[in-house]
Design a protein around this ligand. Structure first.
Ligand SMILES: [Zn+2]
Length: 306
């Protein structure tokens, strides 16, 4: 079975302007590298569908979904916080980003593909149950995980998040949901300045100091994530796949390289093979150094497709 690659052209129209790092060129850089390495022909390509309001409201409050809809501008930009803005295409892009993860979840659980990567934007993991923040509007990975629980009736869903930023939105949405195990590594202290005083049985937060390298990252994952995943025995694993912990990414100060992304992908695949019938849905989050992003995503996808 193949690896699915789910994306949609509307993602390129969401543009926050003014040299914003979360820019349409990110997806073009990924596409370019997938073509250059002849990876695309190995993947099963899908166009994302639009998520329904009911699917969004498994992770977000009804009032928040209405709030985002009414905030969407007809022209120009509307700022929701210092670095999160909507243009006239943002709302639709956000619906289709969530829809990509719902489709990928269906494809993986229905065994139409081995696993899936969703090349989406806007990203999602900072969006809480009722707040847009940090470039995020709807929490794509959480909407997929909630779909696996509610629609497919799974009982144990893991979400692992190796973006350089703490997945505060995902934690917020599932803090009282023991059917979801959430594992996050993140630079600390760093935006969004949380994740060290929360946690518990099903929330595994692993703060990393600035300048942490790949070897120390691997030790931390081996020590904290893997035993938790092993004990939880997930039926599916979602990945909040941010690549902004790469050493070339100047937005943050961790020092991962492509080989570390291959390593973490293989660790997740081994858990998925043992407990989850190989089910993995990986969802793009951050990653702002375009060259490093293209190479890292490509190496991640090629590993998933092995
Ligand atoms: Zn990030």
């Amino acid at each position: 079975m193949a690896t699915a690659f789910v994306t949609h052209p509307i993602y390129l129209k969401h543009d926050m302007k003014h040299g914003h790092p979360e820019c349409p060129e990110r997806l073009l850089a990924i596409q370019e590298q997938l073509v250059a390495t002849d990876t695309l022909p190995r993947l099963q390509q899908y166009e994302a569908p639009r998520a329904t309001d009911d699917q969004l409201m498994r992770a977000h409050t009804e009032s928040y979904v209405h709030e985002i809809k009414s905030a969407a501008p007809q022209q120009g930009l509307v700022c929701l916080d210092n670095d999160t803005a909507m243009n006239p295409f943002t709302l639709e892009a956000a619906y289709y980003a969530a829809g990509a993860v719902v489709l990928a979840t269906d494809l993986v659980i229905d065994k139409q593909v081995k696993n899936a990567f969703c090349a989406v934007r806007p990203p999602g993991h900072h969006a809480t149950r009722n707040q847009a923040m940090g470039f995020c509007f709807f929490n794509n990975v959480a909407i997929g995980a909630a779909h696996a629980l509610a629609h497919h009736g799974l009982q144990r869903v893991a979400i692992v998040d190796f973006d350089v930023h703490h997945g505060n939105g995902t934690e917020d949405i599932f803090q009282d949901e023991p059917r979801v195990l959430f594992c996050s590594t993140f630079q600390h202290p760093f935006y969004p300045y949380c994740g060290t005083d929360s946690g518990g049985d099903h929330i595994i937060n692993v703060p990393l100091a600035a300048h942490t390298n790949g070897q120390a990252f691997r030790v931390a994952v081996t020590h904290y994530w893997l035993p938790a995943l092993e004990a939880f025995k997930p039926e599916i694993i979602f990945i909040s796949a941010g690549f902004d912990a790469h050493r070339e990414d100047t937005l943050a100060q961790l020092n991962l390289v492509e080989a570390d992304y291959v390593w973490i992908t293989r660790q997740i695949m081994a858990i998925a093979e043992k407990h989850a019938q190989n089910r993995i849905v990986s969802v793009l989050e951050g990653g702002y150094a375009l060259g490093a992003l293209g190479r890292s995503v490509t190496t991640h996808i090629r590993t998933l497709a092995e």
